[in-house]
Design a protein around this ligand. Sequence first.
Ligand code: FNR
Length: 366
Amino acid sequence: PPIDTIINAQDFEDIAERTTTKKTWAFYSSASTDCITRDKNKEYFGRIWFRPRLLRSVGKVSTRSTMLGHDIGLPVFVSPSAMAKMIHPDGEKGIARGCVEDRVPQCVSTNASFPIEEIIPSVPKEAKHPFFFQLYVNKDRAQSEKLLRHVRSLGIDTVFVTIDGPVQGKREADERVKADESLSTPMSGQKAKNDRRGGGIGRIMGNYIDPNFTWNEFAWLRTHWHGKIVVKGVQCWQDAKRCADEGMDGVLLSNHGGRNLDNAPPVIMTLLECQMNCPEIFSQIEVFVDGGVRRGGDVLKCLCLGATAVGFGRPFLYALNYGEEGVQHFIDIIKQELEIAMALIGITDLRQCDASYVNTAELDPL
Ligand code: FNR
């Protein structure tokens, strides 16, 4: 269908389901076992209600903000996801190009389909576009050290360390469809293959990730990385607080879009849990959220509950079906939805967001 008939994230998803290969759909859309967390991530946003304040002159609304020291056009970023090339030959480069105009930061996965040195130059240098790098810690530490040096040499100042997949979830839809064995991820040096358990790409290509990585080893990381650190995949307030206590720069509350631990809590509950139990962390470090965010209004709810910015995973991949134009169109949609929701709750600037604009009674007590 023509791109101008697409008016929300769900449209992109429906079209992706109909038009991509079986394997691409299985890998992108799948989540672990019964997919409860994947689906509840999204559904639980519907249990937070706005508390609009009216008659406030909202003719001019700005979605500008900052994230980890970068100016951004809206409080949204591209969550790192593996192998964008499966849906479009431009892969992560297309995502980057689609993000430039609105200054939407892109976090590039260790499992990206292009090496990062090819992704960064796909946008004009003058744009100073914010890129981050997502690290999966390799069992072979020397490999991670090399990658970190490389990433730093390219000017990246922040690494997101993903901790929610010491082992990979059992993603049944992905296991059921055979993997194309020509697929590879250059930065982690993995190749797809099929085995007796199935063709699950995440499982097979995530084999290098160290399941024995612990809190203690952030000391190792800090000797090899002098930039900012965000811990991705935190799912309870105690771990979020520990991130703040250990002097991380940020924490990304995330359950990997339900792809690892099924029945992990919907991410908005984790955010609320942090608000209730360790509200001080919101002024100590930047708190991010991803998983099931599909509307500008969802973004606004997260910001009212203390998040600095919100990540989208699958929606960017589905938008990339239309190349960079699709990505840009998707960002436009989210930006418009956010502007409308801001005006309708009675704010014109994101700094005005606070918990008084949401009613969380349906999700309390935790
Ligand atoms: C991911 N995600 C992910 N996360 C990460 O840290 N490294 C990675 O390589 C990947 N790869 C990946 C591939 C695919 C196909 C998906 C869908 C997701 C998780 C991602 O960063 C994010 O946490 C979720 O996608 C957020 O949920 P939504 O927005 O997809 O619902």
